[in-house]
Each structure stands twice: as structure tokens, then as C-alpha cells.
Ligand binder design. Structure first.
Ligand code: ASP
Ligand code: MG
Length: 409
């Protein structure tokens, strides 16, 4: 007998029909002798609906009241799911975050879980109950309701698994696992049996929306075994997110290829090559609360250099305006140019640590297709390039093939 935490996302509980399906799955696990704690999201579309209501009243909704409002979505789901299970004859109890006592900090709309009091849940499990907990929510030390940021139910699931020392945290969603890349772009993409936490963290930060990045961080920190599975498929082992030392790890050099069109590129031309320039350019950008991703500064020539960086696409205009009006005159740069028709393509894999020539293979593959690389950045287990957005899909396909990720025919 094992204790398992299961988390079901919004599409998995999107209708009464689907809630009934989920209930059958939960019941099956319990009947085979496991103790089950379930964390659920709001029914699909519900959180967005509530956010829209709030915005009809306040352009920037009051953060505390917004949490009181959006946390109701999950409360609906826990009650409905519990009713179905009770109707099926299972002893079941639902809890909101406050009732469990999921203690968070006071950062409304993006709170972090600090502690979970698992005593009630434990007592219920021992008495044979299935325990259903509202995802996405908690309360601060004064009892104010807080929420954990979009996608936060994943983090609730992982945090419960950590607190209860569960054998595994299963995240049920509308895909049957983590893929080498998006199958809509590369039909040959295949499901990974395993992936490491570090790789998953990179993929999540590169735009993969499968798991909330904080949940992966949390699972890595507390050594929770996480598995991504489909709530629609009858069977399947999904993708296990695990540790590098795990013996069952696959041994591909590259695990996945990520891509996104979220960024825009800006270049400050003809800036004096002297100490303090990077700070004079990026200081005001940071002060305006604009995130910078890739940065390139060329070697100086005749005392001048060019300085490029990327920002989120929806901050592009604002950043350009600020640079032109404030920074350019301030540092005496020749011009500020930029564009948002770019895409970022990244290869991710812990194998990069032990193999050489990965970057050159990536660059050669792109060169052979005549794809120009505009910027490059690397981490220990990731190489990202910026290319013209019209070549994004082609780049993903050729890299997928070059790194032997295509499914065997
Ligand atoms: N219902 C919340 C959201 O839509 C939390 C979640 O689904 O994980 O973001
Ligand atoms: Mg989600």
C-alpha cells in the first residue's frame, strides 16, 4: 500500500461527465489498496471567467479580494468531485486550502507555500477516506486567503506530496506526458519515459506550459517523484520526472527542444566601449521592471561597440521608447534598433555536461539549412539561439532529427 497524491487539471474536471471519469480513476487506485489524496483545479475556463468579472469592476483588482474570488473555482470542484465519490460509495472528504492549513506568505495572487499541516489529512487517510483538496490556494498567517499564481494547483499537489511523504505525485492533464518537442510542429516527437528535474525546469522556463515552474522547483527541492499523465487515456505510464542518478534514466544527450515567440530583440548601436555601459543601458530597464533574457555585447572597435538584448515581446514598445528617449541621449549611442519577428529555439539535455561538440552540431545543422543565428546563449544543460521567426519550425524539425529524437518509424 502506498500513499499517492493525484492532481487533476482544469480540462480533466471540465464537466460533470469528466469529473465522473476522474472519480472512477481515483476509485480504482483506492480499491487497489492505495491511500489517495487528490488536488484539483477549477473547472476549465472558470478562473478566467472570475478574473474577467473582477476586471469589469476594477482595472487592477484589489489583490486580497481577487484571491477571495478566484479561489472559489477550486472550491466548486472539490465539492462536486467529493459528491460523485460519495455517490459511488466511497468515504470522501473535501478541504479548502484554509481548512487543511496550507500556510503561505502574504504575497496575494502569487503566494508561496511555507508549510502544510498534514495531521487532518493523515487522520482521514488512516480512517479510510479519500481526501480531496482545493489546489491553487492557501492562507497567510492571519487567515487571509491567498492563491499561488496561474497553474498553481500543480504546486499544491507537489507540496502535499512532500508534506505527506507520498510515494509519487501524479499530475493528470490533457497530454499523456512530456514530449521531445511539440508534436504539432514535429509529428515524429515522442513521449519521454523520464526526464530530470533540471531539464524540466529549463523546459518550463523556456515556455513549456505542462507544469507550473514552481511545482518542478518544489519537487526537486523536496525530492518528490513527479509523473505527468493523461486523464483521458485508459492506460500509460506518462513521463516520470526524476533524478539523474536514477538508474532507469534514458541516456539521450538531448532530451527536448523548446521554442517560443515570446521575445523581441533590441540593439543599441554605437555605444562607447567603457566601464559602466551595460549598467547604464540595463539599469533603467530593470528599474522599469522589465525582464531581460539574452544579452550580447560585442568586442569594442575604435572605442565603440554594439549592445543587444531580448525582452518579452509585450514589453518591446515600452523598452524601445525608454531607450530612445532616456538612454540613447544619456550615453551618446548612435541609434536604437529592434524587431519582434524573432523566435527562440533551445536544446535541453543533461548529457551536454559529458559530451563535447553539442553546440557545434547544433550550429552546423542550422547552417546547412541556411538559417542565420542572431543570438546565442547557453547554460550548463541548454543552448538557445534566436532566429528569424519564419524559420522557427524548420529549425525545430531539423534539430529534432539531428539529435536523434525522431521516433523510430
Ligand atoms: N485554476 C488556476 C488556474 O487556472 C490554478 C490551476 O489550474 O492550476 O490558473
Ligand atoms: Mg495547469
Amino acid at each position: 500500500m502506498a500513499l499517492i497524491v493525484q492532481k487533476y487539471g482544469g480540462t480533466s474536471v471540465g464537466s460533470i461527465e469528466r469529473i465522473k471519469n476522474v472519480a472512477c480513476r481515483i476509485a480504482k487506485f483506492q480499491s487497489s489498496g492505495h491511500q489517495i489524496v487528490v488536488a484539483v483545479s477549477a473547472m476549465s475556463g472558470e478562473t478566467n471567467r472570475l478574473l474577467t468579472l473582477a476586471k469589469e469592476i476594477q482595472g487592477i483588482p484589489d489583490p486580497r479580494e481577487l484571491d477571495v474570488l478566484v479561489s472559489t473555482g477550486e472550491q466548486v470542484t472539490i465539492a462536486l468531485l467529493s459528491m460523485v465519490l460519495i455517490e459511488m460509495g466511497y468515504k470522501t472528504k473535501s478541504y479548502t486550502g484554509t481548512q487543511v492549513r496550507i500556510l503561505t506568505d502574504a504575497a496575494h495572487n502569487k503566494a508561496r507555500i511555507l508549510q502544510i499541516d498534514e495531521s487532518r489529512i493523515r487522520a482521514d487517510l488512516d480512517a479510510g477516506y479519500i481526501v480531496v483538496v482545493a489546489g491553487f490556494q492557501g492562507a497567510d498567517e492571519f487567515g487571509n486567503i491567498t492563491t499561488l499564481g496561474r497553474g498553481g494547483s500543480d504546486t499544491t499537489g507537489v507540496a502535499l506530496a512532500a508534506a505527506l511523504k507520498a510515494k509519487e505525485c501524479q499530475i493528470y492533464t490533457d497530454v499523456d506526458g512530456v514530449y521531445t518537442t511539440d508534436p504539432r510542429v514535429v509529428p515524429e516527437a515522442r513521449r519521454l519515459k523520464t526526464i530530470t528535474f533540471e531539464e524540466m525546469m529549463e523546459l518550463a522556463s523556456l515556455g513549456s506550459k505542462i507544469l507550473q515552474i514552481r511545482s518542478v522547483e518544489f519537487a526537486g527541492k523536496y525530492k518528490v517523484k513527479l509523473r505527468v499523465l493523461s486523464s483521458f487515456a485508459e492506460e500509460g505510464e506518462g513521463t516520470l520526472i526524476t533524478f539523474e542518478e536514477d538508474k532507469n534514466m534514458e541516456h539521450a544527450i538531448i532530451s527536448g527542444i523548446a521554442f517560443n515567440r515570446d521575445e523581441a530583440k533590441i540593439t543599441v548601436l554605437g555605444v562607447p566601449d567603457r566601464p559602466g555601459i551595460a549598467y547604464q543601458i540595463l539599469g533603467p530597464v530593470a528599474d522599469a521592471n522589465i525582464d531581460v533574457d539574452m544579452i550580447i555585447q560585442n568586442i569594442g572597435n575604435d572605442g565603440m561597440t554594439n549592445f543587444s538584448f531580448t525582452v518579452n515581446r509585450n514589453e518591446f514598445e515600452r523598452t524601445m521608447d525608454m531607450l530612445k528617449s532616456q538612454v540613447q541621449p544619456d550615453i551618446g549611442a548612435r541609434d536604437v534598433v529592434g524587431g519582434d519577428k524573432i523566435a527562440k529555439v533551445s536544446i535541453v539535455g543533461v548529457g551536454m555536461r559529458s559530451y563535447v561538440g553539442i553546440a557545434s552540431k547544433m550550429f552546423r545543422s542550422l547552417a546547412e539549412e541556411g538559417i542565420n543565428i542572431q543570438m546565442i546563449s547557453t547554460s550548463e544543460i541548454k543552448i538557445s539561439v534566436i532566429v528569424d521567426e519564419k524559420y522557427m519550425e524548420l529549425a525545430v524539425r531539423i534539430l529534432h532529427k539531428a539529435f536523434d529524437l525522431d521516433q523510430a518509424p
